[in-house]
Design a protein around this ligand. Structure first.
Ligand code: NAD
Length: 425
């Protein structure tokens, strides 16, 4: 059952609205399974706070552009809100709300004391100079300043943002506070209080989730990865390091394919030099859509939402889909994959490594200490493996898919927190 919420749905159904519909559908299924009452369902379906801002940006030629920015705190019952900031031309309030909701369930599922949030700016960062990006970032942060803070809401990188963006955010917030506040963002450079192991954390979590779901030695297991950014490139690297054969990867410009296996380190060096996977000499070019239909063991979508749909799901041949991206599979595609026996390790589990190590970074910041990479890696592995085990056993006991089980666990923990706190006043 889907949860009904009042919405300002535009006449055109945007990808963002589709993502929010998917998130509401998943919540509705979990709420039905848990027997939650209507009031609680509606509360969980609606964000606690949403802010839309207009961000003026001075361009290099003196012109001023104005772009839309968003920050949504979906739920703060279990702790401060936590979630990345996305710079992408297609982002809108619906997409940011969906991403914030998924963060709420993800944090509850892996047992870290955060609620869910997300931010976004509808801009193409590749079309801006570094100085324009810095001005945009600082002005956006000023506009959302009342919402964020180390005890309130802690941003992190997402699509189109990185360590440098986090450094500018940390600086802007700190200048306003009058002293350095490293705990206001995670995914920062090491020099500003970042954590060892954060840069590769989401990808490490994807590797742990994929190998847990595989259930046998990874040698020779074939993998295709959609999206070769922060998450996808290192997920491909870590899976290759574990013995898998990564045969295809793509980015926004195209896809490359080498049936004998790609040298992922060499491909990453090519992308660092040229900015794109296309043109890598030891592989053939492949159509974007063909990547989803390859005869591989594991498919890792690591780009954007809504890419595995009812249109291409019947042609997915991978027996395991491990979601590095948030929301890559629509509910219709989920049903088709399940009917075909394809196991989907859902986003809120598979890509939780990022927020887990963000939490570890924040704990180090709040305690003014730093841990070794080994310590961070051990804690990440423990939390990932225990969440995977819980999801797997809940799915088996209750006859659910891994996604349904993950949502049942996450939603039930947030619902319990609401019930225990009670309603004020
Ligand atoms: P990124 O900006 O670093 O990389 C995105 C990649 O996707 C780029 O290589 C881009 O070229 C590619 N891409 C975009 N459109 C594409 C298309 N149509 N086909 C193929 N490739 C395409 O972003 P990221 O941080 O790696 O995030 C990727 C996904 O992982 C997002 O869904 C994000 O929400 C999710 N995620 C990220 C983190 C994190 O720590 N960065 C944590 C959890 C989840």
């Amino acid at each position: 059952m889907s949860v009904m919420v009042p919405s300002k749905t535009p006449a055109r159904i945007t990808p963002g609205r589709q993502a929010l519909d998917s998130a509401l559908h998943q919540l509705g299924q979990a709420a039905e399974h848990l027997g939650l009452d209507d009031g609680l369902r509606t509360m969980l379906a609606t964000p606690r706070r949403s802010l839309t801002v207009s961000v003026p940006v001075r361009r290099e030629d003196g012109r001023m552009d104005v772009v839309q920015g968003f920050r949504v705190q979906h739920n703060v019952s279990r702790g401060p809100a936590k979630g990345g900031i996305r710079f992408h031309p297609g982002t809108d309030i619906h997409e940011v709300t969906a991403l914030a909701m998924w963060m709420t369930w993800k944090c509850a599922l892996v047992g870290i004391p955060y609620g869910g949030a997300k931010g976004g700016v509808a801009v193409d960062p590749a079309a801006l100079t570094t100085r324009e990006l810095e001005r945009l970032t600082r002005r956006y942060v000023n506009e959302i300043l009342p919402m964020i803070g180390p005890e309130k809401d802690i941003p992190a990188p997402d699509v189109g943002t990185d360590e440098q963006t986090m450094a500018w955010i940390m600086d802007t917030y700190s200048v306003n506070a009058g002293y350095a506040v490293p705990g206001v963002v995670t995914g920062k450079p090491m020099q500003l209080g970042g954590s060892l192991g954060r840069a590769g954390a989401t990808s490490r979590g994807v590797q742990i989730a994929a190998l847990s779901a595989l259930g046998h030695a990874p040698e020779g297991v074939t993998v295709a990865v959609q999206g070769f950014g922060k998450v996808g490139a290192l997920a491909a690297q870590y899976l290759a390091d574990a013995g898998c054969k990564v045969v295809a990867v793509s980015d926004v410009t195209g896809a490359v394919y080498a049936p004998g296996g790609l040298d992922v380190a060499a491909l990453r060096a090519h992308v660092a030099d040229t900015g794109r996977v296309l043109g890598y000499r030891d592989a053939d070019a492949l159509g974007h859509d063909e990547l989803f239909e390859l005869d591989v063991d594991i498919l890792v979508p690591a780009a954007l939402e809504g890419v595995i749909t009812e249109a291409n799901a019947p042609r997915v041949r991978a027996r395991l889909v491990v979601e590095g991206a948030n929301g890559p599979t629509t509910p219709e595609a989920d049903e088709i994959l399940a009917a075909n026996g394809t196991v989907v390790v859902p986003d809120i589990l598979a890509n939780a490594g990022g927020v887990i190590v963000s939490y570890l970074e924040w704990v180090q910041n709040m305690q003014a200490c730093s841990w070794s990479e080994g310590e961070v890696g051990r804690r990440l592995r423990d939390l990932m493996e225990s969440a995977y085990g819980e999801v797997k056993s809940t799915a088996a006991e209750r006859g659910l898919t891994l996604r349904q089980a993950a949502h049942v666990i996450g939603v039930s923990r947030v619902a319990e927190a609401h019930q225990m706190r009670g309603l004020y006043p």
